[in-house]
Design a protein around this ligand. Structure first.
Ligand code: DGJ
Length: 739
């Protein structure tokens, strides 16, 4: 890792463990982007920018009469609207009431030890004992006292570059920001594929790879959340890049609200990428002396395919993003009562589940929706965070005490950002809900969104959380959010643009989550938004795990987990065994397959354990024994995608390899059956070549499979055991037995 400035060439060169990134201040003070790719050296790569008159590419004022230099042609580090660059830009801003135009030129720079922070926003940090460096480059408009500081952060031994931009108004009059992207990136070659992770409720992060075309491709959300529909994480890659070969670049945004990633292939087949807050309806007034920070974006590069890319990002997010004390602790195997009871429960029913849970080795019971206010359906009660003791038959303290006596911890569900119109909170504070004056608001799940740009609402949320956490022994909160943000107008701040309210909403959310993080460090916070509607890197700064999807079907989860694994650590994926026929799609799968699939993350159950058959109870006990024995492997192991559920329609396989490579798991789930089926094999990854590994089947229907060298298992592979029923599966463990 190193950041270097070469005054003789004006180049800033950043080296990560496996990549190099370079910018150059040219003669006019324009910050050019000169290189991003495989590890190179400090050479000045600007020789690759060949001046030429390209026609209809205008010149800055200094170049009157000369036509070979154009900001519409040069690769730029942070392109700005108003300079004759017709490609997508990172910044559209200017003095209030005037045409948005800035012409940013180099002003100063600073290289310092440590990683920069972004107050109020999630940002990577240097973990203890790990060196980090920050580069700050300050650009200034040629005409106005408007400054932009570009931030770059790198860490010893890591492959990522963190970036952000802060706009500052040092002038005497207000400025207006209409678009502030976290970063821009110009690639010399646009002949690339884009991989995005699209989806829907109950079907998040579906992998999709397509060729980039001329023009602008947009990956975005305007829902006020990062969304089920598009994830703020994409990959740009070569046409032939695979899991293990080829170049690829990951771009991940640490933000949980509306976002925008744009990729433009220009007239010369080059690619420009910008990424940051969604610009729709966005307008932000910057008073003299104020500044605006764009959320952090993270870049990673790999020359060795997606596997290396994902492993880099997963490791970085584990080490430098997730802060919770739980990140390295065994996550409790929990049982959540949602799909077991929905709203129809009593304290006694919960205790029945808890008793069986304790017998088979579950660590925690989570009480989901319906314990508060008047909440027996999803039409009422949100906002009234006081315990419905009549429904529980006792106080929350008493319930948690009795659950504790069984040896279980106790967790609880909340949806703090929402309000039902049928609630005391709404009756007292109708103006706390986002609504457009004079218009009947759009409802979703019969609820409205609280206005988190209003400080009174933020204070109420903090008070509600304090009161709840004081009323019982609560170890965990599942923080849910069950609609997209709409009717965006703040009664407290009616002058704000919709985009500004959306951003202030996210800042308010982060403020409350930061409050929880600081005040209750031992609390395990699980993120959720109707499943994985807010599964993003920003959320991981506050919550070490996120309910991955409301789809609990093991087979559909294969695709969801596969997509999620490209950009996020698998320890962040909350996954549960649920009942069959599955409540979302009616599919029936073997109980062991549901357990194997749910062991791709933070494991638990989402069914009524007290109503399992004796066989199912025994199988759940086996699953829990495996989870308890191998949790370190699932928490700290490297995760390998061994086949793609989008391409291989017969089976999906994945594995975990322990950091010391002494132990590994490999799971296979069959997704189709054939008579006289073709023999298949699957190659392990990440093992020690010369070590010998003994294979044993710990879950599912395969037999133990002998002892082999790591080289044999990785190059020759393992024969895929023959399935015995629909959606059969197995989990194999490889234990190193000596050289
Ligand atoms: C949506 C969540 O994703 C579910 O797991 C459950 O908590 C419900 N909300 C409760 O309303």
């Amino acid at each position: 890792m190193a950041i270097r400035f070469d005054a003789s060439t004006g180049t800033f060169t950043i080296h990560t463990a496996n990549s190099t990134y370079q910018m150059k201040v040219d003669e006019q003070g324009v910050l050019l982007h000169t290189y991003f790719g495989a590890l190179a050296d400090d050479s000045d790569f600007s020789y690759l920018i060949v001046p030429e008159d390209h026609g209809f590419c205008g010149q800055p004022a200094e170049y009157k009469g000369e036509r070979v230099y154009s900001l519409d042609f040069c690769p730029l580090e942070y392109p700005v609207c108003g300079t004759g660059d017709y490609r997508i830009t990172a910044l559209k801003a200017g003095p209030e009431g005037r045409t948005p135009a800035l012409d940013l030129r180099y002003f100063s720079h600073r290289i310092r030890e440590g990683k920069y922070a972004l107050p109020g926003l999630p940002a990577l940090f240097a973990k203890a004992g790990c060196g980090a460096q920050t580069l700050e480059i300050v650009l200034k408009d040629l005409y106005e006292e408007i400054y932009v500081t570009l931030y770059y952060g790198v860490f010893d031994g890591e492959n990522v570059i963190a970036r952000s931009a802060v706009v500052e108004n040092r002038g005497k009059a207000p400025a207006t920001l209409r678009r502030v992207m976290s970063m821009g990136l110009d690639f010399p070659d646009g002949d690339m594929d884009l991989i995005c992770f699209h989806g829907k409720h109950v079907g998040e992060r579906q992998y999709e790879r397509s060729a980039l075309r001329h023009g602008i491709t947009q990956i975005s959300s305007t829902r006020g959340t990062s969304s089920h529909q598009m994830n703020p994480y994409v990959i740009f890659c070569g046409k032939h890049t695979t899991e293990e070969t080829g170049s690829c670049c990951a771009l991940s945004l640490l933000y949980s609200g509306s976002f925008q990633i744009q990729a433009e292939v220009d007239q010369f087949e080059r690619l420009r990428v910008v990424c940051g807050l969604h610009e729709d309806e966005f307008s932000w007034t910057l008073q003299p002396g104020e500044s605006f920070a764009a959320p952090e974006a993270v870049l990673a590069w790999s020359e060795n395919g997606f596997e290396e890319l994902s492993l880099s990002l997963q490791r970085t997010y584990h080490d430098h993003l997730i802060r919770s004390v739980w990140k390295d602790r065994k996550r409790p195997a929990l049982v959540n009562n949602w799909e077991a009871t929905y709203f129809d429960f009593s304290g006694e029913r919960l205790l029945d589940i808890a008793r069986r849970a304790a017998e088979i080795g579950v660590d925690m019971l989570v009480l989901d929706d319906g314990w508060f206010g008047k909440r027996d359906s999803d039409h009422s009660g949100l906002g009234d965070w006081f315990v419905n003791e009549a429904k529980l038959g006792c106080s929350m303290r008493e319930l948690s005490r009795r659950i504790g006596e069984l040896g279980l911890r106790f967790g609880i569900w909340m949806e703090p950002e929402m309000v039902s119109e049928d609630s005391d909170l709404y009756r007292q504070h109708p103006d706390w809900a986002l609504t457009v004056p004079g218009r009947d608001p759009n409802r979703c799940r019969s609820q409205l969104v609280l206005d988190l740009s209003n400080r009174e609402v933020i204070a109420y949320m903090k008070r509600s959380l304090d009161a709840l956490l004081a009323c019982a022994d609560i170890s965990y909160i599942k923080w849910d959010m069950n609609r997209s943000v709409d009717n965006v107008c703040s009664a407290a701040n009616p002058q704000l643009s919709q985009g500004a309210v959306r951003h202030r909403y996210v800042l308010g959310l982060y403020e409350v989550m930061e409050y929880l993080h600081d005040k209750y460090p031992e609390l395990l916070l699980e993120g959720c938004s109707g499943g994985g509607g807010r599964f993003d890197a920003g959320m991981l700064y506050y919550a070490p795990q996120i309910w991955c999807s409301d789809n609990t079907d093991a087979i559909e989860r294969l695709r969801i987990h596969y997509g999620t694994s490209f950009g996020y650590p698998m320890s962040a994926v909350a996954a549960h065994v649920s009942a069959c026929p599955n409540h979302q799609n009616g599919r029936v799968t073997p109980f062991w397959t549901r357990g194997i699939c749910a062991m791709q993350g933070s494991f638990g159950y989402e069914l009524d354990l007290s109503r399992l058959t004796p066989e199912e109870t025994a199988e759940a006990g086996r699953q829990l024994a495996v989870y308890h024995q191998y949790y370190e492997l699932f928490l700290h192991g490297s995760y390998y995608r061994l086949s793609s559920p989008f391409e291989n329609h017969d089976f999906t396989a994945w594995s975990y390899v322990a950091p010391d490579r002494a132990c590994a798991s490999l799971s296979i789930v069959y997704t189709d059956l054939h008579g006289n089926a073709r023999p298949r094999r699957v190659r392990w990854r990440g093992l020690e070549r010369d070590a010998r590994y003994r294979l044993k089947c710990v879950l599912g229907t395969a037999a133990d499979a002998g002892t082999y060298t790591g080289a044999a298992l990785m190059q020759g592979g393992m024969a895929v055991p023959k399935p015995e029923c629909d959606y059969d599966s197995c989990m194999m463990i490889a234990e190193r037995v000596g050289l």
